[in-house]
Write a protein that binds this ligand. Sequence first.
Ligand code: 3HC
Length: 685
Amino acid sequence: MTSPISTQKHGHVLIVTSNNPPVNALGAAVRQGLVAAIEEAEAANDVAAVVIRCEGQTFFAGADITEFGKPPVMPWLPEVVDRIENCSKPVVAAIHGTALGGGLEVALGCHYRVAVPTAKLGVPEVKLGLLPGAGGTQRLPRVAGVEKALQMTTSGTPIGAQEACDAGVVDRIIEGDLLQHAVAYATEVAQVRPLPKTSERQDKVENVDPSVFDQFIQANARTFKGFEAPMKNLEAVRVATQKPYSEGVLEERKLFMELMSGTQAKAQQYFFFAERKAAKIEGVADDVKPREIRKVGVIGAGTMGGGISMNFLSAGIPVTIVEMAQDALDRGTGVMLKNYQASAKKGRFTEAQVGEFMGRLNPTLNFDDLADCDLIIEAVFEQMEIKQEIFGRLDKIAKPGAILASNTSYLNIDEIAAATSRPQDVVGLHFFSPANVMKLLEVVRGAKTADDVLVTAMALAKKIKKVAVVAGVCYGFIGNRMLIPRQMEATKLLLEGATPAQIDKVHTDFGMPMGPFQMADLAGVDIGWHRDPTRIENIRDALCAQDRWGQKKGAGFYDYDEKRRPSPSPKVQEIIEDFRGKAGVQAREISDQEIVERTLYTMVNEGAKILEEGMAQRASDVDVVWIYGYGWPVYRGGPMHWADSEGLPKIVEGLRRQEERMGKDFSFSQLLLDKAERGEKFTGR
Ligand code: 3HC
């Protein structure tokens, strides 16, 4: 097998090139090739300096994640980085694309780093539940200082070339041909001695005020909550301020191994691949080309319509937004502008960009203005007759080949498509609120949706920085459908003796951003309410009748103060007790375990039904939906991965324990039972 590493002499500079598509991951062959190239440079008398560079879209994007969990193949990455640093001739890293994780660690082992202005440098290991394990936690603070290293290692967010240059991580920004300039730079520094070795630098890690670490922990407590990796990254960086490099790397290795053997790292690495797998559409040939989307139409300028439009405007795609009345249109566009300005205040955009985005918006009351749009997304009231009426009208005015999409969260796409003469062009695009922020997009594949429509939807999702998951036509698709059993059991548990606060706490302790009742209060208790205050059939009806519609009314399942801080509500307790009395239910002590089994295990069961009905393409897609759509803690890998790691027999056992209490509302997924019986898992890892 030919090595992905090749060498070529240019004058007295040895150019070492990696060609390991797609991202030049540092697999065994690359590591071996790099060491061999350094040996070659050492041995050749006519070589005075070395340049390490990569072919293709990027500099090394890190260790090869597919090797994790397999028997190690020598040399290890830390040894490779040390070998580079210990080369007796200067080594220059020439960076383009993304120098990530082990890739940045290789660059930090080099004596000099040059980068193109568009390059990004980072240590995203924390997102895989890890820390930079090839000396990165010890070298990065030595070049960039402790604060920058803390920020980079614990967030995993890469920085741009200029910021890296300002921080001392990059020595020179190269405008023009990277290789040519890197070779010139290597020639320039060829005689410099002693060679600047990052591991030997102490200036930025000595006399560091130890309170920096406590302050950093305090400032990031909310982001770190539940995660193991950020604190271990911090510990490793702290060691760099306390011990010499040779001892620091040993500590780094120990912390790395602790993380690597834990369940969080497994879940987060599983999720890395799950997210990428989600983009693949089953049953669609690879050569199906997407349709071109130059202009988007959005029907409805409410919260959803506005948020959806913002995605396209920010991505450079003009949007025509249609409303029925001028005031609603003005209100909608006003909210969009306000949201953009708020983002600009936070530094996400410049004021000029906001002007540019809003300049791409064409607000109108004239439905016919949608005629030249390539994609039209309907985001109006959730009622079948209204949607069918709109799609009937769209059918008459949309140009041939235009994609007609509905943002429905529950309704049947096939019935909507039937209102047109072109069901092959109809698809569901279910955005999550706030649609300009949430990363998830459920792409609902109707019975007749054409393959190229699906391919377009998936490609467009990537363009607007969403993660798309293909779902089948069923009530609530993947995400909302799984909410149904959870909500039903949570409400029944209230009657049986639990409080909203107890149930919510079980969920937030688990790592969810909020529990079922906090979520109901945020979304609006009145969603789907029949609006007849005299018709009180359940706790929700009673709350709505008393104007307790959730946070927006200052009262829902909880009472809220003026800062929207919740507190348990005696009134709600009264309502619950009233219902309990009427139902003749005796309150009993509900254990947290019962809450887990009836609200989380039931979700797993529903996820399994979704799979067995073919409504999700794969178990990992269900996990992607729940992590990006509802904040399921990524360190638990999504409901299906979590169920696998708990053990499916345990899930079945828990559900059996609760089966009688759940009554007719519950039925087992045969797939779950079969897998548990056969000792199988939903997800591979
Ligand atoms: N190892 C193995 N495969 C990788 C990989 C890696 N580090 N990074 C990306 N890939 C694969 C992806 O799975 C995908 O495969 P597929 O085509 O079969 O689905 C393919 O490369 C392309 O990846 P993307 O779809 O993500 O391509 P993009 O162009 O959108 O993004 C990227 C490129 C920014 C480099 C992105 O892939 C990325 O962020 N990669 C991960 C970077 C990372 O986490 N590095 C740290 C690794 S851990 C480490 O280095 C430990 C060390 O400290 C010891």
